[in-house]
Design a protein around this ligand. Structure first.
Ligand code: SF4
Ligand code: MSK
Length: 655
C-alpha cells in the first residue's frame, strides 16, 4: 500500500496527500505522524486546572495496583484519578456545548435583526415553521405579522441562553417519560450558558470532587446543547433560510473548477454562506470574474457550513474536515473563507505555499497571517461582495502548480425531520407510521445515527465507511450529519441506487419503495437535534414503546475528534440512546469513571456510552443493542417471517 493510502481511503485525498509531499507542504497528516498523542492526557489522567500542576496520575502499566499505590496516585491537591478524569470529560462537554450554544446565539441575533428589518437581504423563508414555533412556545399568532411573531420568538430564544431557573423550553418536545426521568435525575437544564458556566466553576480547583456529581452536570449541560443550543440553531436557521428538502448535490475535491474562480466557505454558521450563495450568482460579479480571465465563479463548501448550504441550495461540497488543507494543495483555490469551528490554523501556513487567501470573517475566530474581513448581517450583501471581489482579484495570481483531482460523487441530501415525515407518510398524512411499521415487521431492523468528525489518528473516512456499510447491510437505516455524512456521500452511499448495492434485503426494499438512499443526510453538527426530533416522532407515532430509550435506535461517532462530538454523544446517551465512539476514549485513565459511563449510566438514563475503535466490532455492539431493544418490545420474532413474495412487495410499494 502506498503511504498516502494508509492515511485515507478517499482517492481525491490520497492524490492531494501525495501532491503535498511533492510540493514539500506540511499538512495535518504529516503533523499527526510527527506528534504522537500524549498517553497520559489522551486518557484523561493529566490535570492542569491550577498552578500546582500539571499533575499526572496514569494507571500503572502491566501490573495490578496495590491499595497503597492507588492512595498515592493523586494530584498535589489530593484529587483522585476519578476526579481528574471526570473533570476533564465534563470540560470537554462544556467546550462542545459552548460552541453549539454560541453558534445558536449568533443565529438568534441574526434572526432578531431580520425580524426587526435591520438585516437587508435576508427574509423569513419558512412561515409554517415560524408559526409552529409560536405555537410550541405559546406566542400569540392572531392577526399579527410574521415579523411581529418572529420578534417574540427571537427574544424568547435569546432568553434561553441566560435563563437562570426553570427548564429550557424545548425540553417539552421530548417524550413525557424522558422529561420525567431528567427531572428525577436532576439533569433538566436551566439555561444554556448557566450549565456551561457551572461546569467551569465545578471543575475549578477545589470545588466538585465527586466524579458522579461532576458527570451529572455533564449530562445536564449536554442536554442543554441537544435540546437547547443545537435545537435553537437548527430551528431558527430553518425559519430564516428554509427547511431542507431533498436536493441533488456533488461532493469531493473534483467539484473545484480549472477555469473558474474557486471559493470555499468553511466552518459552521450559515449566515455568510447564504449570502455568498446569492452574490456568486450576481451577473455583475460574474462579469467581474470574467474581466479577470475566469469563466465564472465556483462556490463550494467544507465541513458543516458546507452541509448547511448543500441542504438548502445544493451548493457542492469540496470535502470534510481533513480535506481543508488538501483543497489549498490543489493550487486552484482563490480563497478559503472561514467562520467558526473546525478551522485548522495550519491552513494559513499551507496557503503561504500557494496563492490561496485565507479570509477570516468572525471577530471570535481570527488567524494570524490570514486576511480578516469582518462579516455583519446588517451589511451582509456588501461584505459578501467584498469577500468575493477579494477572491476574484486573486484569480490572476493562480500559479502553474495546479492539480484538481477528478473525483466527485453525486448525492441526495436534505433529509430534515419534516422531509422524512412527508416522504414516508405523504403530504396529506405525513407521519412516521410507515417507518415504525417497517421496524415492527422487521424489514428495517433499527435506526443508527452515525455522526461526527474525521480524526488524523485514524485512516481518513475508513472507520465511518466500514461501520455504515456494515449497518445498512444488516438492514439498519443510517441517519448522518457532519463530516461522517460527507465520508459516506463521497463513497456513493447517499444515492437511492446505493440501497440495492449495499443494503440488506429488507432495508433495500423499503428504500426502493420510498425512493430514498439507505443513508440519509440530515445536515450539520447542530442538526443532530433533528435526530432527537426524529426519534421523538417515532415514539409519538406509537408501537415502539414510550421513550426514546425503548426504540431500536443507536448512535456512533467513529472518527470523533472535537469536544462538540463528546457533547453530542453525551446528549444522545442522556436522551436514552446507546452510543459508541471510536479512536480513543478520554476517561480510560480511570476505570471507575469509565465503568460509570459504560455501565451504570444504563440504570440511570436507559442509555450508555461504549468505546470500540474497530468499526466492525462497534457495528456488532450497535446491532446487539438494537436486537436487545427489539426483544424488549416483543418484535424480535417478526424478522423471522420475512419472505419477500410478490404480494409483500406490492404491499410495500403501496406504502
Ligand atoms: Fe494538580 Fe489538583 Fe491543581 Fe489539578 S487542581 S493541577 S490535580 S493540584
Ligand atoms: S465539522 S465538529 S469536524 S463533524 Fe461540524 Fe466535522 Fe466534527 Fe467539525
Amino acid at each position: 500500500m502506498a503511504e498516502a493510502e494508509t492515511k485515507s481511503v478517499d482517492n481525491a485525498s490520497i492524490e492531494m496527500i501525495e501532491k503535498a509531499a511533492s510540493d514539500r507542504v506540511n499538512t495535518a497528516f504529516d503533523r499527526a505522524e510527527a506528534m504522537k498523542p500524549c498517553p497520559i492526557g489522551s486518557v484523561g489522567s493529566c490535570c492542569s486546572n491550577c498552578g500546582m500542576g500539571p499533575c499526572r496520575v496514569p494507571l500503572p502499566k502491566g501490573k495490578e495496583e496495590t491499595p497503597e499505590e492507588k492512595m498515592k496516585r493523586k494530584g498535589v491537591c489530593g484529587a483522585t484519578a476519578e476526579t481528574i478524569a471526570a473533570r476533564n470529560f465534563v470540560r470537554m462537554i462544556a467546550g462542545g456545548a459552548a460552541a453549539h450554544g454560541d453558534h445558536a446565539r449568533k443565529v438568534t441575533e441574526a434572526f432578531l435583526a431580520v425580524a426587526r428589518g435591520e438585516a437587508p437581504g435576508y427574509d423569513i423563508k419558512d412561515e409554517q415553521k415560524l408559526l409552529q414555533l409560536a405555537l410550541d412556545w405559546d406566542i400569540e399568532i392572531g392577526e399579527r405579522s410574521n415579523q411581529e411573531i418572529a420578534i417574540d420568538i427571537g427574544e424568547k430564544a435569546l432568553a434561553e441562553f441566560g435563563r437562570q431557573e426553570g427548564e429550557l423550553l424545548f425540553l417539552r418536545r421530548a417524550p413525557l417519560k424522558r422529561q420525567e426521568l431528567w427531572r428525577r435525575q436532576g439533569v433538566a437544564p436551566r439555561g444554556i450558558d448557566r450549565e456551561v458556566v457551572e461546569i467551569m466553576h465545578r471543575t475549578h480547583m477545589g470545588v466538585d470532587q465527586d466524579y458522579k456529581n461532576l458527570l451529572r452536570q455533564g449530562v445536564r449541560t449536554a442536554i442543554s446543547d441537544g435540546w437547547g443550543g443545537s435545537m435553537i440553531a437548527t430551528e431558527l436557521q430553518d425559519v430564516l433560510f428554509g427547511t431542507p428538502a431533498p436536493v441533488f448535490g456533488q461532493i469531493n475535491l473534483g467539484v473545484l473548477k480549472e477555469d473558474e474562480v474557486n471559493l470555499i466557505i468553511h466552518g459552521h454558521e450559515p449566515q455568510l454562506a447564504e449570502m455568498l450563495a446569492v452574490v456568486t450568482q450576481d451577473p455583475e460579479m460574474i462579469e467581474y470574474a470574467k474581466s479577470k480571465g475566469a469563466k465564472g465563479i465556483n462556490l463550494a463548501g467544507m465541513c458543516c457550513t458546507a452541509n448547511e448550504i448543500l441542504m438548502r441550495h445544493g451548493v457542492p461540497i469540496a470535502g470534510n474536515f481533513l480535506q481543508q488543507e488538501l483543497a489549498v494543495v490543489t493550487g486552484a483555490l482563490e480563497a478559503i473563507v472561514v467562520d467558526v469551528q473546525c478551522i485548522m490554523q495550519g491552513l494559513a501556513d499551507v496557503a503561504q505555499c500557494y496563492h490561496t487567501k485565507v479570509i477570516t470573517t468572525d471577530p471570535r475566530a481570527q488567524i494570524q497571517g490570514a486576511t480578516h474581513i469582518e462579516f455583519d448581517e446588517r451589511n451582509a450583501i456588501e461584505v459578501a461582495k467584498n469577500i468575493l471581489r477579494t477572491a476574484i482579484d486573486n484569480f490572476p495570481n493562480r500559479g502553474k502548480n495546479v492539480r484538481i483531482p477528478k473525483y466527485k460523487t453525486d448525492l441526495i441530501a436534505g433529509f430534515s425531520h419534516e422531509t422524512i415525515n412527508y416522504l414516508l407518510g405523504g403530504i396529506f398524512r405525513a407521519s412516521y407510521r410507515p417507518l415504525n411499521d417497517n421496524i415492527i415487521n422487521g424489514r428495517i431492523r433499527g435506526v443508527a445515527g452515525v455522526v461526527g468528525c474525521n480524526n488524523a489518528r485514524v485512516r481518513h473516512d475508513d472507520v465511518h465507511l466500514t461501520m455504515v456499510k456494515e449497518l445498512i447491510k444488516n438492514d439498519i437505516l443510517v441517519l448522518q450529519t457532519g463530516c461522517s455524512a460527507m465520508a459516506c456521500a463521497k463513497a456513493g452511499l447517499m444515492t437511492p441506487e446505493a440501497a440495492s448495492k449495499y443494503a440488506g434485503e429488507g432495508l433495500a426494499s423499503v428504500c426502493e419503495a420510498v425512493g430514498i438512499p439507505p443513508v440519509l443526510h440530515l445536515g450539520s453538527c447542530v442538526d443532530n437535534a433533528r435526530i432527537l426530533i426524529a426519534a421523538t416522532a417515532m415514539v409519538k407515532d406509537g408501537g415502539l414503546g414510550d421513550d426514546i430509550s425503548d426504540l431500536p435506535v443507536v448512535g456512533a461517532g467513529p472518527e470523533w475528534m472535537s469536544e462538540k462530538a463528546i457533547s453530542i454523544g453525551q446528549y444522545f446517551v442522556g436522551s436514552g440512546v446507546f452510543t459508541v465512539f471510536g479512536v480513543n476514549w478520554p476517561t480510560l485513565g480511570s476505570e471507575e469513571v469509565t465503568k460509570f459511563l459504560f455501565e451504570d449510566f444504563e440504570a440511570m438514563y436507559s442509555g450508555m456510552w461504549a468505546f470500540e475503535p474497530d468499526p466492525l466490532e462497534a457495528a456488532k455492539l450497535m446491532i446487539e443493542q438494537i436486537d436487545k431493544k427489539r426483544k424488549a418490545l416483543g418484535i424480535d420474532k417478526a424478522r423471522e417471517r420475512i419472505l419477500y413474495d410478490m404480494a409483500m412487495r406490492r404491499e410495500l410499494e403501496a406504502v
